[in-house]
Design a protein around this ligand. Structure first.
Ligand SMILES: [Zn+2]
Length: 78
């Protein structure tokens, strides 16, 4: 209850705005990121994230292969 009035106060004070996902600064709603530095930062993060998800994908495939080996090859060898 007090939270909504607090939000209203912020809205009145700042007008329509959004926050930069990188540094958290308030900025106009038509922008996605507040500055070129944050844009670079964002792109770097995205690149890292993609690398990470690719690593996870490779890990999953390796796990699958290992499981296949354990399930099919080991009984034959034993
Ligand atoms: Zn920023």
């Amino acid at each position: 209850m007090s939270q909504s009035s607090w939000k209203d106060q912020i809205k009145k004070k700042w007008g329509p705005h959004s926050h930069c996902p990188i540094c958290g600064k308030a900025m106009s709603t038509d922008k996605k990121l507040c500055s070129q530095a944050c844009k670079d930062n964002y792109l770097n993060q995205e690149r890292k994230q993609k690398k990470k998800s690719r690593m996870q994908c490779i890990f999953m495939i390796v796990m699958l292969v290992v499981m296949m080996l354990v399930m099919f090859v080991l009984p034959l060898a034993g």
